[in-house]
Design a protein around this ligand. Structure first.
Ligand SMILES: [Zn+2]
Length: 300
């Protein structure tokens, strides 16, 4: 799946997971590990980024990409540690981050997530842009360990803090604070690499919540903090600050049109992100059209 397709289908990617084409693409995927220091790695294959936190008796894995990649993910983890995965944490419900849940569940691994994620995954969701429906997930995909505001997750020698962020990308977003490595796994609240973040307004996503969450990440970080975004490469605090400014500028441009009484289609036609903002994000016209619609629907 190329990046432009990914942008257009963001939030509906689960539909592809079972197709023959997706399977063929998965066969070619390699899992790349980036060392973040202190026995902590970012893993990238196809789908959302994963983070591996290696302790003395096991691994905490943040997100699971897609089920067909399970063997490759486990092989990549085996390069980092001979210990098993003890916990999986889901940052949010989208299939490019949770598609591998069942395979880990079959291995006996508990899945940790915010309680809204479980409820929405169990109920099924509808993509606000495409109308594509994600059906209710089978019970085996659902997280067994849910929390409301925050929870620690521990393996021997490592403790991470999982925190519910304000309604942002979805209404069940978790960030994972890995204090001993000075790393934050942000989920899709931070999503880069030739794409805007998806404001999943079909699942109560909110551009103001995304900006507020990024402000929280920045406020709690220091100059050496590394951020693992939901998509894209590892980011520094300075890069995250640029991303925050991009979101703020995009929001302001769309909100000005809404306040001026423009309809959603008129706001799209005005191309408020074309030029500077679209150039900074490195995205195509269709991504900007989608982002205008999602911002328009979520700003008041
Ligand atoms: Zn997502």
């Amino acid at each position: 799946m190329n990046r432009i397709t990914t942008v257009a289908l963001s939030g509906a990617v689960t539909l592809l997971a079972g197709s023959a084409m997706a399977q063929a693409n998965m066969d070619a995927v390699q899992i790349k590990a980036t060392d973040l220091g202190h026995k902590t790695w970012m893993l990238q294959g196809n789908g959302g980024n994963m983070t591996a936190i290696v302790g003395d008796d096991g691994i905490i894995l943040v997100d699971t990409e897609y089920a067909p990649l399970h063997a490759k993910i486990k092989a990549a983890l085996a390069q980092l540690s001979d210990k098993p995965v003890k916990y999986v944490i889901n940052t949010h419900l989208h299939g490019d981050h949770t598609g591998g849940n069942q395979a880990f569940w079959l291995d006996g691994v508990p899945i940790v997530a915010q309680e809204n994620l479980k409820a929405d995954m169990a109920a099924g969701t509808t993509n606000a842009l495409t109308g594509a429906k994600t059906p209710p997930a089978p019970a085996a995909y659902l997280p067994k360990m849910t929390y409301k505001d925050s929870t620690p997750v521990k393996v021997k020698g490592r403790t991470v803090q999982v925190m519910h962020m304000p309604t942002s990308h979805t209404n069940g977003d978790s960030a994972v604070w890995i204090a001993d490595a000075n790393v934050v796994a942000t989920g899709d609240i931070v999503s880069t690499g030739m794409r805007y973040p998806n404001v999943d307004v079909g699942d109560k996503g909110d551009i103001d919540g995304i900006i507020k969450s990024v402000d929280t990440y920045l406020a709690r970080a220091n100059a050496k903090t590394k951020f693992v975004p939901g998509h894209g490469d590892v980011m520094t605090k300075a890069q995250l600050a640029d991303y925050r400014n991009l979101l703020g500028d995009a929001r302001a441009a769309v909100k000005a049109l809404k306040v001026a009484g423009k309809t959603e289609d008129e706001a799209v036609a005005a191309k408020p992100l074309a030029g500077d903002i679209q150039g900074r994000a490195g995205v195509n016209d269709m991504a900007s059209v989608n982002f205008v619609r999602l911002i328009y629907r979520s700003v008041s």
